[in-house]
Design a protein around this ligand. Sequence first.
Ligand code: CUA
Length: 145
Amino acid sequence: MIQTEKFVFITSLSLMSLFFVAILGAGQIMKTELPGCLPDGKLFDEGQVIDLDPHTYQVYCVAKMWAFDPAVIEIPRGSEVDFYLTSVDVVHGLYIENTNVNLMAIPGNIAFAKARFKEPGVYRVMCHEYCGTNHQYMQANIIVK
Ligand code: CUA
């Protein structure tokens, strides 16, 4: 009986040490990053559009009942945009017409998509996940000039 207890104790201790070393190795050697907030560490307090250079943008989009923040995004034709999306309340969706961008906005999670807007015009952004009584009004616009 004592032998069995020793075996179980040593095995669990070895496994815990192995997992601890594996976590350290993943972080230090493989440079694995745990899921976090924004790449720059800022919280999603409000939506924002960051102009990296004249044709490269980062959009931090916050979905909430029942709107997208920012509601209007204006960019020049040919722009490449990185979209980072989250939700502050329930699960929403984000679909940008005439693009491949189709994301889920999940509280506590950040979804990512990249799109290039070659043609000028107004690209409607719609919520495609039923999120409450005003779901059908949850829209935004991307104006490409
Ligand atoms: Cu948000 Cu439907």
